[in-house]
Design a protein around this ligand. Structure first.
Ligand code: KG4
Length: 341
């Protein structure tokens, strides 16, 4: 089954063709990050307009690179939640038009379910049940993946997402947007151990996380140094910051593994590209005797192939939509479309 998949929830327009949920035939992607970097973050209005401009050309490119024609497409999958609403609407509207024109089923896909499904593309042997650590620009979740379309959130951030926190800290250090990667590169130049940064604890919710205190601590450090005319050791701060984020994520993930008894852990989302977090996950999983799935960097960030992968399993579970499908800025990944109507 060939699925034509669309992703437009933030600042990447992506169109892919995926066969049977596991084989990527093409994965066309256009990032707008350079444009938003001028403003230090994603400007929603610009994001929507850039998606409108890019999506048709990327669709032609995805079909061409896959070596298929429109007649070979059996279904259309699209990210319908969560994300910047104007941006998601572009993908949803376009996908609906394509499904209508081709007379094929329309499959709505939750963005974070898609991130988790990126692992099915990288690791053909991976099947649920497993635990997932989904860490992106807008979400930070520990998820029990009971089956391909049956998931429960075990832990979540109470405030900022891990990626958002990386982006904000990077901005304070004068690094370009999106800041996660440059922060990671900077951190590799130091062993850290210079700055004391807070670790949050959520009362009565041991698997929940919080990043806003950490974000504020970095902002305050930078402002205090500026006021005193002192230079910051940016590399050491970047390293200590990554360590603090990892300390928030990895021990809780280990706790969730112990609680559920799951023996497999899959990482997902842009922040899963972070070298400190990857190393900590590798160490922790080796100690626990848990098999770790770390997708390649290309599959960590937003892409269309992951939507095609999850779309296949949603289709198999009968989760298709009518052409009145809407887009949603927020949605729990355990919710179904019926819950939103
Ligand atoms: O998954 P993603 O591409 O988009 C969303 O669905 O949000 O994640 C983007 C986030 C950004 O906050 C970016 O700064 C962060 O992932 N990121 C990283 C790294 N690479 C990307 N954060 C930490 N370390 C990295 N190497």
């Amino acid at each position: 089954m060939n699925i034509l998949a669309f992703e437009s929830s933030c600042d990447e327009t992506a169109v892919a063709v995926v066969r049977d949920g596991r084989t990527v035939l093409s994965d066309a992607i256009l990032s707008q990050a350079d444009m938003h970097a001028l403003y230090g973050g994603v400007v929603p209005e610009i994001a929507s307009r850039k998606h409108v401009e890019a999506i048709t050309g990327l669709t032609d490119q995805a079909l061409r690179e896959a070596g298929v024609t429109k007649k070979d497409i059996d279904a259309v999958a699209v990210t319908y939640a969560p994300g910047l609403i104007g941006a998601v609407l572009v993908g949803v509207s376009f996908a609906k038009s394509v499904a209508y024109a081709l007379g094929v089923p329309l499959i709505p896909v939750h963005h974070i379910r898609g991130h988790i499904a990126a692992n099915y593309l990288a690791f053909p042997e991976l099947e649920p049940p497993f635990l997932a650590l989904a860490i992106s620009g807008g979400n930070t979740l520990i998820v029990d993946v009971r089956d391909y379309t049956d998931m429960a959130i075990l832990g979540a951030t109470r405030d900022d997402a891990a990626g958002e926190c990386f982006d904000k800290a990077a901005r304070v250090l004068g690094l370009p947007y999106p800041g996660g990667k440059p922060m990671d590169q900077l951190a590799q130049r130091s062993k850290g151990g210079k700055y004391v940064l807070p670790r949050a604890h959520v009362e009565d919710a041991p698997l929940d996380m919080s990043f806003s205190g950490l974000k504020t601590a970095v902002v305050n450090l930078a402002h205090n140094a500026q006021q005193k005319g002192e230079a910051l050791d940016a590399a050491a701060l970047a390293r200590d910051f990554a360590r603090a984020v990892s300390d928030e994520l990895v021990p809780r993930t280990v706790e969730a593994l112990r609680m559920t008894g799951r023996r497999k852990l899959a990482a997902a989302g842009g922040v899963a590209a972070n070298s400190v977090i990857r190393a900590d996950l590798e160490r922790a999983c080796a100690e626990e005797g848990v098999k770790l799935y770390l997708p390649p960097l290309k599959l960590c960030g937003d892409n269309g192939a992951m939507i095609g992968a999850q779309g296949y399993y949603e289709y198999m579970a009968g989760h298709t939509a009518l052409l009145d499908l809407n887009a949603y800025a927020t949605m729990e990944l355990s919710d179904s479309l019926e819950d939103m109507i």
